[in-house]
Ligand binder design. Structure first.
Ligand SMILES: [Zn+2]
Length: 255
């Protein structure tokens, strides 16, 4: 067999790249560092690779705990994304984190929804899910899992919370404990509100309190334990605090 050509990526010494073999008649490369590896059927540029490194460090500072090695799969066609995203595939998704913690993402070249400049925030969000999945092994409470990822990714920071709360008459029922896709899709702005409330908690109590809550809750991830721990750690129920958050936005619609 002829030797395979090797693509070299000029990165710092924490990263190395090697050719792993033929994959669907195309050469696949794996870019590795201490914490994860990125597999891709096309060469990736350094700037794109570094986004994952940066997002890893940002999230590591938040969770302050190492996670097992995981994989990132950069997809270069919709069919490849569909295959890799498996049970989490949706037509409008750009990236997802599988139950084993692996991150599957569309390369910016095939995203019709996002520009390259949106990718740092998208990758920060998804990397938060990687840590959450590998450390806590649960997707509950759903509002906090997505709220935290969106808060780290600043994904909805441009939205006017006051306007959303007024327009959609938001109340604490929006704090879903369990993620149910058919309920979360649609027009209600779940993610922006979940991010807004998470930002509020982080600003008022510090992100460390959320991490303490999750470290304890994940040992016994049932609803009763969540309510009990939330009250213990924040001094109030999440409904009380959510109502205080609503007031803080000066929305007209307050409970
Ligand atoms: Zn998410």
């Amino acid at each position: 067999m002829r030797p395979l050509p090797v693509w070299r990526v000029r990165l710092d010494d924490r990263m190395e790249e090697r050719v792993v073999g033929m994959f669907y008649y195309q050469i696949s490369t794996i870019i590795m560092n201490k914490h994860f590896e990125i597999s891709s059927r096309k060469q990736l540029d350094d700037d794109f690779i570094r986004l994952f490194d940066t997002a890893y460090n940002t999230n590591y500072m938040l969770f302050n705990k190492p996670i097992p090695r995981f994989k990132i799969i950069a997809c270069h066609s919709n069919s490849e994304f569909k295959k890799e995203a498996r049970y989490y595939y949706t037509k409008w998704a750009t990236a997802t984190v599988l139950r084993n913690g692996n991150l599957v993402i569309k390369h910016p070249d095939i995203s019709t929804k996002w520009k390259k400049s949106d990718y740092p925030d998208i990758i920060n969000h998804e990397m938060n899910h990687v840590f959450w999945t590998l450390l806590y092994k649960t997707t509950k409470p759903a509002w906090l899992e997505e709220g935290m990822a969106s808060s780290i990714g600043k994904n909805f920071s441009k939205y006017s919370l006051k306007k959303l709360i007024n327009d959609f008459k938001i109340n604490s029922k929006i704090l879903h404990y369990r993620y149910i896709k058919r309920k979360v899709t649609g027009h209600i702005p779940f993610y922006p509100i979940w991010q807004g409330f998470t930002d509020y908690l982080v600003n008022r109590f510090g992100s460390g309190k959320i991490i303490i809550l999750m470290n304890k809750y994940s040992k016994n991830p049932v609803k009763d334990n969540y309510h009990k721990l939330f009250g213990q750690i924040f001094g109030k129920s999440e409904i009380q605090l959510f109502n205080e958050f609503l007031k803080s936005t000066n929305a007209d619609h307050c409970v």
